[in-house]
Design a protein around this ligand. Structure first.
Ligand code: GLY
Length: 392
């Protein structure tokens, strides 16, 4: 990609006319080459890759379902879009078939992550109508989790697993904003505005309760499901209740930028900009633009980075830049320049054949620390495509 840092004085419009995207193309081609090997493993095992374990083997998605299971088919769809090579369409279809029956699950909020990024990408990339019903079914499952008293979709159930030990009644996590995209899509597909209305109510409630005055986000807000009162403002995956968990900030940035895309409500755009300012101006935001796993992690600069958060931010900032006369293009490009380098991009055949190194699942849970993650690659590829579509 073009090194925008040296060209920033030019407007994005001029840039789009004066630069070529051959470097972005070659970066995408390198990623595709690496993921072609992962594709072979996925087809051979008839499974969906999630990460790499300590022994260096692929970690497959968890059963009975896994919030990350839509990212691999979505990545395959994006590579199909890029290459028009049927092998990627075949891989995407094979992978998403494995998870299709999860569309009827009502015990978790991750249906948007799972289905918008697989079947949703399929529909948007191919225009083929056969993918629509799964999105509608998954949306119908997701909206069963909406509570009118709270004005939100419940993120996690609290009857089992580690969530049951926290004493929560109706936890909503900032990540949940990402599930709203599927609801906006469901309204566009069906003409039924009820999905969209729920998405807007959730986004508004989250805007009111999830954020601090500086634009940073809590991870978990626990509500009273009867009164809608906020009971707790805490973390699950961040360093502390009052810290700014990096991926949470990335989800928030992406989420409100996406809400603006579907509503054109300027409050969402302004809010996305406020979040962007928090991130980009934070004293602990590293020079290379790839955040530490938490902005308030105690041992910065000796803390682990989270390339997944960097990739999500890059993709979100690219979209945000398209609504703000290119204002965030330099910041997005700078993150991508870093991710493209040897520090974060694996050598061919290494890293379990994932593209990006150095992501974090959940440090407090001791889970997936400094590893490749399928969603880091997904948002990285999405960001590169967004950059390429800008002619950069
Ligand atoms: N939604 C889970 C995560 O970001 O880790």
């Amino acid at each position: 990609m073009i090194k925008l840092t040296t060209l920033w004085l030019l407007s994005s419009t001029v840039l789009a006319c004066t630069t070529n995207n051959s470097n972005t193309d070659s970066i995408l081609q390198r990623a595709e080459k690496q993921l072609t090997v992962l594709r072979a493993s996925s087809l051979q095992d008839n499974n969906i890759p999630r990460s790499m374990n300590k022994e260096g083997h692929i970690r497959w998605i968890e059963t009975p379902y896994d919030w990350t299971e839509g990212f691999w088919p979505g990545t395959c769809w994006m590579l199909y879009q890029q290459t028009q090579d049927e092998k990627w369409k075949e891989a995407a279809i094979a992978a998403q078939k494995l998870i299709e029956h999860h569309k009827d699950l009502t015990n978790d909020h991750d249906l948007g992550f799972i289905f918008n990024n697989s079947y949703g990408k399929a529909y948007r990339i191919t225009g083929e109508g056969q993918y629509k019903q799964v999105l509608i079914d998954a949306s119908n499952s997701l909206i069963t989790r909406f509570n009118k008293n709270v004005g939100c979709l419940q993120s996690w159930d609290v009857v089992d697993n580690w969530q049951a030990e926290r004493g929560w009644k109706f936890p909503v996590i900032i990540d949940n904003l990402m599930n709203l995209e599927m609801l906006f899509e469901a309204s566009n597909i069906t003409g039924d505005s009820s999905y969209r209305n729920i998405a807007i109510t959730h986004a508004n409630t989250t805007m009111k309760n999830h954020f601090r005055p500086d634009g940073s986000s809590y991870h978990v807000i626990d509500y009273d499901p009867t009164t809608g009162e906020v009971l707790h403002k805490v973390t699950a995956q961040g360093f502390a209740d009052e810290s700014a968990w990096a991926r949470g900030q990335a989800w928030a940035l992406y989420g409100y930028t996406m809400c603006f895309r579907y509503t054109r409500d300027k409050r969402y755009l302004d809010f996305a900009e406020k979040i962007a300012q928090f991130i980009l101006n934070h004293p602990n935001y590293p020079k290379d633009g790839v955040p530490y796993w938490d902005f308030n992690a105690p041992n910065i600069p000796n803390e682990i980075r989270d390339a997944s958060a960097g990739a999500i931010m890059a993709s979100a900032l690219l979209e945000l830049s398209s609504y703000t006369n290119g204002k965030y293009l330099q910041a997005a490009s700078h993150i991508l320049d870093s991710l493209d380098g040897d520090t974060y991009t694996a050598k061919q055949g290494e890293n379990g054949n994932f593209v990006l190194k150095h992501s974090v699942g959940s440090i407090p849970h001791g889970n997936e620390i400094d590893v490749p993650l399928n969603y880091a690659d997904y948002y990285y590829i999405e960001a590169l495509i967004r950059l390429k579509e800008r002619g950069l």
